[in-house]
Write a protein that binds this ligand. Structure first.
Ligand code: PMP
Length: 330
């Protein structure tokens, strides 16, 4: 019989899918690493199991303990899945810009969700970082994985994402593109690919306009899961050969095109990463192979990037010549 012991055993080994329509007219092969194939629906499943098992081994997380983490949702899903298997409780702290759908997913796994304002600095007592620290102090047996400082985050990508891409491209990858949130994906995957290729693979970060990674101050932007207003320990500042910054408008229009033209229903940070990959590909040749990582699926964003009214409210949908908004049924 062909089965696994637990859903968490299916993390990793996600497929590479060629971009056709979006890469039309561009010389290189552009491949998407589609992370929504992970059982929790995102790239963050990879870091969850590794962080929990390391904490069990070190004694920081004991039987019956509670996992407390500030997360925009995806890390929470991965952690909730692992907690379900191992009998831990979960409390997740989210900024208020995170969609209600994403919060409800966490609740469905049995987690408690605490919502905090987005528009306060990280050191503010109501910021989601401060609130999660307070909860760790107050809850007995609490353990905070702290994906922003936990070395198991980039390590999980060094051990899994990097080797998978190297194997899947038979060592022919020339450029790796990823959005930067904690920086775990780009740092761990990038380090593996640079080592395997003896420095040949170029690593490119994609960043929302306004975030620190592309020289901003942390000004608010709408794309979720990427960009920061501080420098996390999990980000290796020496890893990226280049950072390309992308506006919300371009991130969201590219996200919609991925569903419309490639059949890939993915989240807004995927559109951002692909927009960066396409800008890069314009400068490259036919022997280049670009791999762009798509962190999650689009179902958590149906009320936002895939909602015409929400998009029009921010001016992201242009009225067409008839005066109707693009996407209206005429
Ligand atoms: N996109 C989404 C939707 C995410 O949740 C995250 C994780 N914060 C990222 C991209 C960025 O990945 P990383 O934290 O590894 O830099």
């Amino acid at each position: 019989m062909d089965y696994v012991e637990h859903i968490a055993d299916l993390v990793g080994n996600t497929p590479l899918v060629k971009l056709n329509s979006l890469a039309e007219g561009l010389a290189p092969l552009v491949l998407a690493k589609v992370e929504y194939f992970n059982p929790g629906g995102s790239v963050k499943d990879r870091i969850a199991l590794r962080m929990v098992e390391a904490a069990e081994a070190s004694g920081e997380l004991r039987p019956g303990g509670t996992i407390v983490e500030p997360t925009s949702g995806n890390t929470g899903v991965g952690l909730a899945m692992v907690a379900q298997r191992k009998g831990y409780k979960c409390v997740f702290v989210c900024p208020d810009k995170v969609s209600e759908d994403k919060r409800n997913v966490l609740k469905a796994y049995g987690a408690r969700v605490v919502v905090c304002p987005t528009a306060v600095p990280p050191e503010h007592p109501d910021s989601y970082y401060s609130v999660s620290d307070r909860l760790v102090r107050e809850i007995e047996g609490a353990w905070k994985p702290n994906q922003y400082a936990n070395k198991e985050n980039p390590a999980s990508h060094y051990e899994s994402t990097g080797p998978e891409i190297w194997r899947q491209t038979e060592g022919r990858i020339t450029h790796f593109v990823a959005g930067v949130g904690t920086g775990g994906t780009i740092s761990g995957t990038g380090r593996y690919l640079k080592e395997a290729s003896q420095g040949r693979v170029q690593v490119i970060g994609a960043d929302p306009e306004g975030s620190v990674y592309s020289g901003g101050t942390g000004r608010p932007y709408l794309v979720e899961g990427v960009g920061e207003d501080f420098w996390p320990d999990t980000y290796d500042r020496g890893i990226a050969d280049e950072i390309i910054s992308i506006s919300d408008a371009e991130s969201f229009s590219t996200t919609r095109r991925l569903a419309l033209e490639e059949g890939l229903l993915v989240g807004g940070s995927c559109g951002m990463a692909v927009a960066a990959a396409l800008k890069l590909a314009q400068r490259l040749g036919p022997d280049d192979v670009v791999v762009v990582l798509l962190p999650d699926g689009g179902r958590g964003y149906l009320g936002k990037v895939f909602n015409d009214r929400w998009m029009a409210g921010y001016g992201f949908l242009e009225p067409d010549s008839s005066g109707a908004t693009v996407g209206d049924v005429l």
